[in-house]
Design a protein around this ligand. Structure first.
Ligand code: SF4
Length: 359
């Protein structure tokens, strides 16, 4: 694969074993080639608060161990993990609760609490920003966000995850500036060279978790803006609902466009059809959904679309491999339900595509 093509490619994989999926993604995109000789790698997970990964807020420890293993296997040993949790929480407590502390100990990899790091003033499109020195100085910054909802910015993924690389006082200032502009500007300052998105069970609506939706999906690319633009489609959100993505492109952080040609699937969603019965908010959203052996990625896309549009009560919605070859009266989601009177194609379709069919 040519260098320019690799820069636009999004590698996607389905499953629930974060470590194995991460190793496969990094092998596919040859992540080690992004590190200069004797260069350093900084892994930046999302440890926004003290929470278990199953709650939908923080990065699975297997994502971190998978990255470490990949770089080690390719002779790259200067690897560290760095993060600062949100204002009011203790990063080291979040590190322990997430399981990432155990990974660091097992591999002998240092963890840098960026709350204790020196802040450096850097110029950006919106004036001076203060950024943690260790994040700035890494030869390869690897952004490891969770794709999830957010009560203020609607979603959070690669760009907003970088907010963990700034001091707490600066985090408060970002909120006073309305988040959109500083998040976009910070993306252009830090410009991570690799993004590995944990969308195994990101939260439907909140940054702090509590309503996780099992999606069993991960993807990797080399552009944080593209990662967010694709993540926005997976969340079923319209561009105007998450304006910091296009603003980040204007500020030079990357490219907000993606197309089906950019996607490389390393396996099929049906390789991990371990759909579980919905509860709570998800159960309420899916009362008119008739599912038969739906893959997690497909079902999660539908849940996200129902949440984003507030629709779905008006018609029967069919989803899952059990409907293959059936004639269905209603909306059919995915290639398996192409026999429905209205069908959203794709395997899996994005929440964005389903949302358009619902509205
Ligand atoms: S279309 Fe069918 S096989 Fe494809 S993701 Fe959906 S349920 Fe799975």
């Amino acid at each position: 694969m040519g260098h320019d093509h690799a820069l636009r490619t999004i590698w996607q994989i389905h499953g629930s074993d974060a470590h194995r999926m991460t190793v496969q993604l990094l092998e596919a995109c040859e992540a080690h080639r992004l590190v200069p000789p004797n260069g350093s790698v900084a892994l930046k997970p999302n440890l926004v608060l003290s929470s278990a990964p199953e709650e939908g807020a923080v990065t699975h420890p297997g994502v971190v161990s998978g990255c470490i293993e990949h770089f080690r296997n390719h002779g790259i040993h200067d690897v560290s993990v760095m993060e600062s949790s949100w204002v009011g929480d203790n990063t080291l407590r979040a590190l322990r609760r997430s399981g990432i502390e155990d990974v660091c100990k097992a591999y002998g990899v240092p963890f840098v609490d960026l709350k204790r790091d020196e802040a450096v003033a850097v110029r950006s499109s919106i004036g001076q920003l203060r950024v943690c020195r260790r994040a700035l100085e890494a030869d390869l910054l690897v952004d490891l966000p969770v794709l999830k909802g957010h009560c203020q910015t609607r979603m959070t993924c690669a760009l907003k995850n970088l907010k963990g690389c700034i001091p707490d006082a600066e985090k408060r200032r970002y909120h006073s500036l309305g988040l959109t502009k500083p998040i976009a500007a910070l993306g252009a300052v830090l410009k991570p060279g690799l993004v590995v998105v944990d969308s195994i069970c990101g939260d439907l609506c909140f940054e702090e978790g509590g309503t996780p939706v099992r999606t069993n999906t991960m993807y990797a690319c080399m552009d944080a803006v593209q990662a967010d633009a694709y993540g926005r489609a997976l969340m079923g959100l319209a561009p105007a609902e998450v304006p910091y993505i296009e603003l980040a492109e204007q500020y030079g952080a990357g490219h907000a466009s993606w197309s089906a040609e950019d996607l490389v699937f390393l396996n099929a969603p049906s390789d991990c059809a371990d759909y579980a019965a919905p509860t709570g908010t998800v159960e309420r959203l899916t009362r008119r959904v008739r599912q038969q052996n739906a893959c997690s990625a497909c079902f999660a896309a539908l849940v996200r679309a129902l949440y984003a549009t507030g629709r779905g009560k008006e018609q029967d919605i069919y989803i899952g491999q059990g409907w293959r070859g059936c004639e269905l009266d209603g909306l059919g989601v995915g290639a398996c339900c192409r026999g429905a009177s209205t069908n959203v194609p794709g395997c899996p379709p994005t929440a964005d595509a389903i949302a358009k069919a619902l509205t």
